[in-house]
Design a protein around this ligand. Sequence first.
Ligand SMILES: [Zn+2]
Length: 73
Amino acid sequence: MSNKVKCFICGTEFEGGDSLVDNCPYCDWTYLGWENELDPDDKETSNPVTIRQAKKLFSEGKNIWGEPLPPRN
Ligand SMILES: [Zn+2]
């Protein structure tokens, strides 16, 4: 069973929440479900950057890999 989850970085809603590899289709952030408990500067293993870095990249129009974001559907 899957749920609608909301990307912690860019706010995109997508199906997920029940596996360890729920990547946001927009910014490619791997949804964890406990981002609120992470320090913005904590680096965990699922994503290549911290929450703070990912949000900064998103604000610059880039995904978590520093690549241009895809067009919004
Ligand atoms: Zn996202």
